[in-house]
Design a binder for this molecule. Structure first.
Ligand SMILES: [Zn+2]
Length: 160
């Protein structure tokens, strides 16, 4: 998936979760979701975060490869453990949005033909029963639907 699809996917997932779980600051939770959604692609030098942090991206790619560790359940659990022990209770909802953003990234990449090594260090790639090609019309439709969710939420939240 393209970076922009991950960003709107993370934001939409976090906003929906914030509403379902009655979290405060839902728009900011959406922003943390968008941030979380770009983190897993640190293993790819051409990604949005990889271009911003080239050294960390290169090291991560050399150590693990693409769509392995940073796209795994293990990575998600490590991030959760670090965050839940270090984030203050008043900010925990923002961290939850961040984790949901990471989860949305994994789900969207699992919907691609290459899949993800979700159970890393096991190397077997996991993909959803239906897959789409990156940059395809279907991805643009998904991007558009996710964007509409965010816009509708903003309309409702800010009373526009
Ligand atoms: Zn990815």
């Amino acid at each position: 998936m393209q970076g922009k699809t991950h960003i709107v996917g993370g934001a939409a997932a976090a906003i929906l979760a914030a509403q379902l779980m009655d979290m405060p600051d839902a728009p900011i939770v959406g922003v943390t979701g968008a941030l979380g959604a770009i983190i897993p692609d640190i293993c790819h030098g051409g990604s949005k975060i990889g271009r911003r942090l080239p050294l960390l991206s290169k090291i991560t790619n050399l150590l693990f490869g693409h769509r392995t560790f940073t796209h795994s359940l293990l990575f998600l659990l490590i991030v959760c453990c670090i965050g839940f022990y270090n984030v203050s209770p008043e900010r925990l909802h923002l961290f939850k949005g961040f984790v949901i953003g990471i989860g949305s990234h994994l789900l969207l990449d699992a919907a691609t033909k290459n899949g993800i090594a979700f159970f890393y260090p096991l190397k077997r790639k996991i993909r959803l029963p239906f897959t789409i090609s990156t940059g395809s019309v279907i991805e643009y439709l998904i991007f558009s639907a996710l964007t509409i969710i965010i816009v509708c939420y903003g309309w409702k939240y800010f009373g526009l």
